[in-house]
Design a binder for this molecule. Sequence first.
Ligand code: SAM
Length: 274
Amino acid sequence: MSIDNLPPLRDVIERHGLNAKKSLGQNFLLDLNLTAKIARTAGDLADQQVIEVGPGPGGLTRALLAQGALVTAIERDERCLPALEEIASHYPGRLTVISGDALEQDFAALVTSDRKPRIVANLPYNVGTQLLLNWLLSEPWPPFYASMTLMFQREVAERIVAKPGSEAYGRLGVLAGWRTEAKIAFDVPPQAFTPPPKVTSSVVHLMPREAPLACDAAKLGRVTQAAFGQRRKMLRQSIKSLGGEALLGKTGIDPTRRAETLSVEEFVTLANAI
Ligand code: SAM
């Protein structure tokens, strides 16, 4: 099966000597059904700008382009650039490749039209959580992007969508729940990747809320970090450095509760009381 008359990804990888580097979180997706499914999960991509992190040999990039997207892709591994150039010539004017580190990138500066871009990526595991946090803590809000469709390890995906009372609920769940509606779209088994990672992955789709509860993102970050840093302790102990019992008194939240029992709204109340 081919979506674009470009050579099969296995040939591209071989011809350009793209043996996967663990240090760069390289687990490539070669299954065209799967890359197409990820692209579809991002929504209607016709003439829509998509920002992709880590295109690698370009499997997902090709699926995005085949569905009509205009892709801006940031790749750190220079070995991938010739392969990406071949895709760019096949889709003139529709793929821009930036060579560099996504953690240093000013993503808002990449926006090319009035319509907000979608972020779609099979993220490198070593920097995925940090990138998500950066995008969740974007200012101003609503952010520069329309949605995020991202692949994570299943365990990280569960933390992103976690609800109060669950083991997985923590800082990531509070920040994602505060500013977005996040859902796990589907799971991807290890054998779908080359080389296969040790664990199952999941694609998460996040839609920014237009009007999340008013709160200072940095304060919410501090209070969740303190509270979940000692998640087995009562709040009066775990958030002592931020005001402990006095702070809790101002909000009416019982100081003997533990972090994982607080709703996102209660965390916002606490952060606003700092
Ligand atoms: N998108 C391809 C796919 O689905 O087959 C590759 C995904 S692979 C999991 C992650 C990609 O991110 C690799 O191509 C890797 O070189 C790239 N990468 C790793 N760290 C990066 C960083 N800091 N900035 C940009 N790209 C990075």
